[in-house]
Unconditional design. Structure first.
Length: 146
């Protein structure tokens, strides 16, 4: 199975972005679960994962298993404001795709300021072939709102 997935995803670089802003308090565990399942489906050498609020932090996955992903996301909680662009800036600064790779962005969040990544993507010059957005319910009672 791993060989088949590696072959199908050859030439594809995948960037996963998880919103951990304050409005995600009610949905943070769901978001981590979605990111965990996504990450397990791709070869680790071609995926890059971060969580973000007003700042981004890269998540290093030690091995593509449920335990590895759970360990990588341990201790992450929701707080702060929302800047989708912070995640894009971080991962593209640290992990530029090669010229022969297609790029896929997958966001997990409550929408909020999702449009804020567009100017960042254009400025950095890496244009994904596709975007995915897994929308989760935000927390209407959050003190920090988008």
């Amino acid at each position: 199975m791993k060989k088949a997935v590696a072959e199908v995803t050859r030439g594809l670089r995948v960037y996963f972005f998880g919103d951990i802003s304050g409005s995600m308090a009610r949905s943070i565990e769901t978001a981590k679960g979605h990111l965990s399942r996504f990450v397990q489906g791709f070869p680790l050498d071609r995926i890059h994962v971060c969580v973000f609020n007003t700042a981004a932090r890269e998540i290093r996955i030690p091995h593509a298993s449920a335990a590895g992903v759970t360990q990588a996301f341990k201790g992450i909680s929701a707080s702060g404001g929302t800047d989708y662009g912070s995640g894009v800036r971080l991962l593209l600064r640290e992990h530029q795709p090669s010229a022969d790779e297609d790029v896929l962005f997958v966001f997990v969040g409550d929408e909020g300021q999702a449009g804020s990544f567009d100017p960042v993507v254009r400025k950095l010059g890496t244009l994904p072939m596709a975007f995915g957005f897994v929308k989760l319910p935000g927390d209407p009672g959050a003190i920090v709102t988008n």
